[in-house]
Design a protein around this ligand. Structure first.
Ligand SMILES: NC(=O)c1ccc[n+]([C@@H]2O[C@H](COP(=O)([O-])OP(=O)(O)OC[C@H]3O[C@@H](n4cnc5c(N)ncnc54)[C@H](O)[C@@H]3O)[C@@H](O)[C@H]2O)c1
Length: 351
């Protein structure tokens, strides 16, 4: 299969990871150019790719067939629109856009242009998440009834020296919880109703340091999420998986999915079911099985999928429209918390 001719917009923290991923997979993608008005190219490994400060100039000169948008959130919509106008396929980092209004505009433009899109919710490509989806779809847990997620870690104190991180909107709800809400949607289905609470008691900044949310899914399953960036624990999916060397491996689980016939913990996959097949009940013994899976890098898996999406027409793991629904369900947590009542998230559907 021919490698994709890709350009990257934004060479910051995550953009650099995408660049390294592209350079590590020459059979999947060729890095044609990078555009960033603020980064210093001499400090980056670019594999000889062209460097631009101006995004439009790069798109018009280089004419890449696909782009990865790894810029600050408030640029995602306008840069996605630039791609739509030029017929360029794109992968945009999460959140798909900064607001629901922008998401609606981008969803429309994508539909009209016919470009193929992905949103960078890379955890969907973790081997444990792929296996969990398979187990659920195969009916091995019976009907899903409940899901419980914990994301609890302590960001270092100097993280908060950056002004926007202590103001409303700069907190763990929109930066971190969006990944958990996305995985809950991916595993449990579409979110019908959300209740949220937030607290800033641990640090006293305007931004939340802790949040709790209840989710009701279309299939009747209920979910809970506890989120804090002020508490020290081994229970985040980052620490439980090996997805990022910046988060030392704890090997602990952060998700529990409960069905009528059994349950599953992840990201270190452990399934629970009746010790004697068919003997189901609270007075019957349970047995657990650890499912060992070879680790694969989710960013590499994401890039391989991007190539197959464009070359072979594979169904997108998460399109702009799907990412817009993750954004809506995440914003609903904050909205519910500020309104003091449950909230029905906006729902984006195909035109
Ligand atoms: N998938 C994930 O787990 C994950 C992790 C981190 C960040 N992100 C997302 O990735 C995006 C970038 O985050 P980051 O942490 O890398 O930020 P960052 O600040 O490290 O990098 C952003 C880069 O974009 C550049 N930039 C600014 N304006 C630009 C423009 N007009 N054109 C091109 N480049 C421009 C900046 O100079 C900077 O180098 C955010 O949307 C963030 O939410 C996702």
């Amino acid at each position: 299969m021919k490698p994709l001719r890709i350009a990257v917009l934004g060479a910051g923290l995550i953009g650099h990871r995408h660049i390294q991923t592209i350079l590590s997979l020459p059979e999947v993608a060729e890095l044609a150019a990078v555009a960033d008005p603020g980064a210093e190219p001499a400090q980056l490994q670019l594999g000889g790719a062209a460097w631009f400060e101006d995004t439009r100039a790069m798109l018009d000169e280089v004419k890449p067939e696909a782009v990865i948008i790894a810029t600050p959130n408030d640029l995602h919509a306008q840069q996605g629109l630039l791609c739509c106008a030029r017929g360029i396929h794109f992968l945009v980092e999460k959140p798909v856009t900064a607001t629901l209004e922008e998401a609606a505009e981008l969803v429309r433009a994508v539909e009209q242009s016919g470009v193929k899109t992905l949103v960078g919710h890379h955890r969907r490509y973790l081997a444990s998440v792929e296996e969990a989806r398979r187990v659920i779809a195969a009916g091995e847990l019976g009907a899903l009834v409940a899901a419980s997620v914990m994301w609890a870690t302590r960001k270092p104190d100097d993280y908060f020296k950056v002004d926007w991180r202590i103001r409303t909107g700069g907190g763990p709800l929109l930066i971190n919880a969006i990944h958990e809400v996305d995985l809950l949607r991916h595993l449990c289905g579409e979110v019908r109703m959300v209740s949220g609470l937030q607290s800033h008691a641990a640090r006293g900044f305007a931004v939340e340091d802790t949040a709790a949310a209840l989710f009701q899914f279309d299939n009747g399953c209920m979910g809970t999420l506890i989120l804090t960036d002020a508490g020290l624990s081994p229970w985040t999916i980052e620490q439980g998986s090996e997805e990022n060397p910046n988060f030392p491996h704890s090997g602990q689980n952060a998700y529990r999915l409960v069905g009528t016939k059994g349950s599953l913990e992840l990201p270190v996959l452990r399934s629970w079911g009746p010790r004697i097949p068919g003997e189901i009940g609270w007075n019957k013994p349970l047995t657990s099985t650890d499912i060992a899976l070879p680790y694969h890098d989710p960013y590499q898996a994401q890039l391989r999928h991007f190539q197959r999406l464009i070359r072979l027409g594979e169904t997108p793991m998460i399109s702009v429209l799907d990412g817009a629904n993750t954004l809506a369900a995440t914003l609903a947590v904050a909205h519910s918390s500020s309104q003091g009542r449950p909230c029905v998230p906006a729902r984006f559907t195909q035109a």
